[in-house]
Design a protein around this ligand. Structure first.
Ligand code: HPA
Ligand code: MG
Length: 208
């Protein structure tokens, strides 16, 4: 995606004070600011669904984004007037790093992966950080000969550690900070937070 089409929230003035929106009381000490309020996330997801349906006739194959995106896609029709048939698979991906290479371990079985042959795949991710896991996943999936593979990520982190990978559909470019909320967690915390927020330095659940 052309970076001019993302919403760039990497500039400090874009942050909202915790006072501006409702935050679960038990998280007030743990967060420093709201980066993307829930309403803006939902409006942006609607636009990404529109772009995806406009550019993909289907069928098409971080759970909060995936679930909200699919809900939006279901309501839209393509230029040729039909809804996009969707089937969903949840892939759990683990990447391993050593000094030589990055390997990626996919939780689907060989049999399930073989079903991807000839299909249009849309990988839905909540955040791209270094990009290494996504590049490794895409390489692995190519073995199973999908017809097309596209990637959408709600967030792309602007970080020096990035390998430069850019998905086809991006919601927001975010600063190099640890973010939580909208199903992004820190050790399983903050899953019930709707807004995407920056964790505070003295966050109670933060190790060390
Ligand atoms: N927050 C939550 N999960 C993540 C992040 C982040 O900033 N980066 C990679 N995974
Ligand atoms: Mg994720």
């Amino acid at each position: 995606m052309d970076p001019s089409k993302w919403i760039d929230v990497t500039v400090d003035k874009n942050h909202y004070s915790l006072d501006h929106f409702v935050i679960p009381k038990h998280y007030e000490q743990d967060l420093s600011s709201i980066l993307i309020p829930h309403g803006v996330i939902m409006d942006r997801v609607q636009k990404l669904a529109r772009l995806i349906v406009d550019q993909n006739d289907g069928p098409l194959g971080g759970y909060q984004y995936a679930s909200d995106l699919v809900n939006c896609i279901k309501k839209l029709t393509t230029a040729s007037g039909h809804t996009v048939p969707i089937s969903m698979e949840f892939i759990r991906v683990k990447s391993y790093e050593n000094d030589q290479s990055v390997g990626v371990n996919i939780s689907l079985t060989e049999n399930e992966l073989k079903d991807f042959e000839g299909k249009n795949i849309l990988i839905v991710e909540d955040i791209i950080d270094t990009g290494k896991t996504m590049v490794a996943l895409l390489e692995r999936l190519q073995q199973y000969k999908p017809k097309t593979t596209k990637v959408t990520s709600l967030l792309v982190k602007k970080t020096d550690r990035s390998n430069g990978y850019i998905p086809h559909y991006v919601g927001f470019a975010i600063p190099d900070a640890f973010v939580v909320g909208y199903a992004l967690d820190y050790n399983e915390h903050f899953r019930d937070l709707d807004h995407i927020c920056v964790i505070s330095n003295d966050c109670g659940v933060r190790a060390g």
